[in-house]
Design a protein around this ligand. Sequence first.
Ligand code: S3P
Length: 178
Amino acid sequence: MAERPTRVVLVGFMGSGKTSVGRALARKLGYRFEDMDRRIEERTGRTIADIFRDDGEEAFREMEREEAQALASLPRRVVATGGGAFTRPATRALLQEGALTVWLRCDLERILARVSADGSRPLAANRGIMPALLAEREPSYRMADVAVDASAGAPREVADRIVGLLEGRKPKRTSARR
Ligand code: S3P
């Protein structure tokens, strides 16, 4: 297998499968799995919903940037980002460092079917804003090194597609696709 990046960072909208694909991919690569949202919840002892409600979105975005900074020095990791993390330039730059970034591209219909409006994802509570939010974010997701179709297939199948990309990938390719 070609030289592997020490981190694979999964980006994409809520419900695109970053966590489930990330777990499957980590198993396949023998890497540890890291979920940025879970790390923030563990570090603060609060839920994402509580952080949004009590401190506001900007405070949460700063926590994401701090997590991206911490992760940038950890080897052999598959990282599931929160859906907004890669849209913030400072956080994006940290996530790109030494990593292969992968956009899990997923159609809106599938996203709406997967994401519940139970309040655990504050930005999904208002489903009416989801189409515009997805359109607004796509240019950022496109900055990932590669994109894989995550609309169809089980998480392990999507993970297999990523392994295929890693195997075909030229060694030492570090720059982002722009
Ligand atoms: C968010 C997505 C969530 C979480 C937070 C904000 C977003 O993560 O970080 O609710 O801005 O899209 P998931 O993409 O894992 O749902």
